[in-house]
Design a protein around this ligand. Structure first.
Ligand code: MRU
Length: 364
């Protein structure tokens, strides 16, 4: 996507072909900073601190993390050790494990002196595939948005509510939930996005709003608790969110608060769709509530908030008494029964085993 007239992906290989460059997402929306990663440790720090975040981008960064780590040694034990360390950086997004395992499958059978080259090739392949996959999600989601627009009489904008950031910053490019929005805007279908601020890290306010503003797509930022009210008043035509892990039976694990939006959508007859690449499906799990590990992050993310002060300084301030403890589960699980459909790179399907297997028969 474009930033100030220049085409960017969210991660790319530096011009020397060794280092990896990322956009530091902890600095947005106030400052656009590119950071260079040169070691496995730096890649892991970037994932943990959420300089990079979003399931597909975490996977892509981990793939390059393997490349950076291989620069320090190419022995099998070292590779396996790196894989374990990377996978433990963030426990919920399955794309992290998917990407690391894919890298091992490609690199391990290769002679040690060829491993570095093979790894860079595979990491680049993961990134280019991600871009193609997300664009395909965009095309399928566009059909859905066009249909809603037609039913509305082809005049007023389609009003889409989204949670967290599942835009191009969360992937290598295009995004998952926002890919159909970008496609619709380019196809001339008027859209308006309700952007949940997404406490505690505010990915909606700082990243989704930034992306939409850069693409000139009409949107309003809303507090996390406003969605239900807007749905009751008939001001939401479609909820469209991403996912960090989808079970083989269609349960969806996404940013904390997604479940409440799905409940409100069901109560108000608003279609609730989830956009995902096939790599986000965990085929080994059917019961999301019981089996998906939910990342718990530091209490400081809840107790403090970052913003720009009137003098243009970025500051972090406390919002609760110093003695107050906080709990910070980062994701929740929306049961398949509350999901109208899954928008994938292979088409749209019901959130069910049969629906998913219909699109991914190789997992039967
Ligand atoms: O904690 P984050 O910012 O990594 O969480 C991201 C999300 O919840 C996204 O919705 C999800 O990863 C899908 S991204 C295409």
């Amino acid at each position: 996507m474009q930033v100030d007239g220049r085409e960017y992906r969210s991660i790319w290989l530096a011009t020397d072909g060794l280092g990896v460059e990322i956009i530091d997402q902890t600095r947005l929306p106030f400052t656009f900073v590119v950071v260079r990663l040169d070691s496995l440790q730096q890649a892991m720090d970037a994932i943990r601190s959420m300089q990079v975040r979003g399931a597909p981008l975490i996977g892509a960064t981990a793939a390059y993390g393997i490349c950076l780590g291989l620069r320090e040694g190419t022995r099998t034990a070292h590779l396996e050790d790196m894989a374990g360390q990377l996978i433990s950086c963030r426990p919920t997004a399955i794309n992290l494990r998917w990407a690391v395992e894919r890298m091992l499958r490609v690199v391990l059978p290769v002679a040690e002196e060829m491993r570095l080259e093979a790894a860079y090739r595979e990491a680049e392949r993961i990134c280019s595939e991600d871009v193609r996959t997300n664009e395909a999600i965009g095309e399928h989601g566009l059909v859905l948005i066009r249909e809603i627009w037609r039913k509305k009489g082809g005049r007023d904008p389609v009003r889409i509510l989204t949670h967290c950031n599942a835009g191009w910053l969360a992937t290598v490019d295009w995004g998952t939930a926002l890919a159909p929005v970008y496609k619709a805007a380019r196809a001339g279908i008027p859209v308006h996005v309700w952007v949940d601020e997404t406490r505690p890290r505010n990915q909606g306010a700082s990243l989704t709003a930034w992306e939409l503003a850069a693409a000139d797509i009409p949107h309003h930022l809303i507090v996390d608790n406003a969605g239900g009210h807007l749905m009751q008043r008939g001001q939401v035509d479609l909820c469209l969110v991403g996912t960090d892990r989808t079970t083989a039976s269609g349960d969806v694990c996404n940013k904390i608060g997604t479940y409440l939006k799905a409940l409100a959508a069901a109560d108000n007859g608003v279609p609730f769709y989830v956009a995902l690449p096939g790599s986000t499906v965990d085929w080994s799990v059917t019961n999301g509530l019981a089996a998906i590990p939910i990342e718990e992050r530091g209490a400081e993310e809840v107790l403090r908030i970052q913003g720009l002060d009137a003098g243009g300084e970025v500051r972090v301030v406390s919002i609760a008494p110093a003695v107050t403890p906080a709990l910070n589960p980062a994701f929740d699980v929306t049961p398949a029964a509350l999901v109208t459909g899954l928008v994938t790179e292979r088409g749209i399907c019901p959130a069910s085993s049969e629906g998913l297997l219909g699109l991914y028969p190789e997992h039967r």
